[in-house]
Design a protein around this ligand. Structure first.
Ligand code: AMP
Length: 313
């Protein structure tokens, strides 16, 4: 194990109750940081994934064991005595692309004020899952050495309610990973090309725009790259797909230690591959027991999907 490839993940660890046209679940384990760290753990064999989050003492031991089994370090996962774990419930529409949030109970996440353990303050790769932007910023400020790469996610709720805080945090990150609607909301531009230009002027050097079943775009100041999503026969539950994508992205970048635009192109292919597994079952079910050969098989499918032999004059 080499600390040069380690990843720090911060975000929600949650109970989710999900309803899709295919069925519904009672409270199951979810949360942005759960999806991110599970996904990253498959790719970053050279380093370790360290989780910083908070749960209540209602969080089951089997959840903690699952992180252990994947080699994820949970020393930064605070268990609040007498507290209740963050709870989110959502219902998908028939198109599976849109959903309504039915319940958000912040519980222990409401007072989340993470203090990074000393040994986490020099981790080179940082993934800030969707959270209050001032909490995300406090994590950056606690780092003793500037990380090699800081990737950040956010959502409509923070863009709408905490724009000033969000703008301050955006100035400090390298990569912002959001979906197309969030990019439009943040920039006030409908065209994603114009949106990317505006967002890149807010601080991040690279922008990833996820477009669900229509793939993902990667922008820097001068270049743009597109990776499709794998056409899947069945999408069972899209919850966590964006987080799984982000985990795959940073997992790949951390495993190579390279932060070039070229490596980020591969990163979004890895992210898309991991996300394509996530949507096949409810919650984290499909991410719990993936094999290396399943992941490489799917990457091969992605490469085949975009490859073409063509001559032109
Ligand atoms: P995604 O489908 O990628 O948007 O992520 C879904 C996950 O985000 C679920 O597992 C939820 O527990 C978590 N989540 C939903 N709302 C919030 C929120 N306001 N803050 C943090 N995490 C959230």
């Amino acid at each position: 194990m080499n600390r040069q490839n380690d990843i720090l993940v911060i975000g929600s660890v949650a109970f989710d109750a999900i309803e899709t046209p295919f069925g519904k679940t009672d409270k199951i384990i979810g949360g942005a940081a759960t999806y991110i760290s599970l996904s990253a753990s498959y790719l970053n064999n050279e380093g370790r994934t360290h989780l910083v989050a908070v749960v209540g003492d209602d969080f089951p031991q089997e959840g903690l064991d699952m992180f252990d089994q994947k080699g994820i370090d949970t020393r930064g996962l605070e268990i609040k005595a007498g507290g209740k774990t963050f709870f989110w419930s959502g219902k998908y529409h028939n198109d599976m692309n849109t959903r309504d949030t039915l319940v958000t109970e912040l519980n222990v996440l409401g007072e989340f004020d993470p203090v990074l353990p000393e040994e986490y303050r020099s981790i080179p790769f940082v993934m800030l899952g969707n959270l209050d932007p001032s909490v995300q910023r406090s994590v950056i400020e606690q780092m003793e050495t500037r990380p090699e790469l800081i990737v950040m996610d956010t959502m409509d709720f923070w863009i709408e309610n905490t724009r000033d805080e969000l703008m301050k945090t955006l100035k400090l990150v390298d990569v912002l990973s959001i979906n197309d609607e969030e990019a439009r909301q943040l920039s006030g531009e409908y065209s994603l090309v114009k949106a990317s230009r505006k967002i890149l002027s807010m601080g991040p050097k690279v922008l990833v725009i996820k477009k669900g079943e229509h793939g993902a775009l990667l922008f820097n100041e001068r270049q743009v790259y597109f990776a499709p999503a794998l056409p899947l026969e069945d999408v069972f539950d899209p919850t966590g797909a964006g987080d799984t994508f982000a985990g795959g992205f940073i997992g790949h970048i951390a495993s190579t230690g390279q932060t070039s635009f070229e490596e980020m192109k591969r990163g979004i292919l890895f992210g898309s591959a991991l996300a394509s597994f996530c949507v096949e079952r409810f919650g984290i079910e499909r991410l719990e027991d993936l094999t290396k050969s399943e992941i490489t098989g799917r990457l091969r499918e992605f490469i085949d999907l975009v490859q073409i032999d063509m001559e032109f004059v």
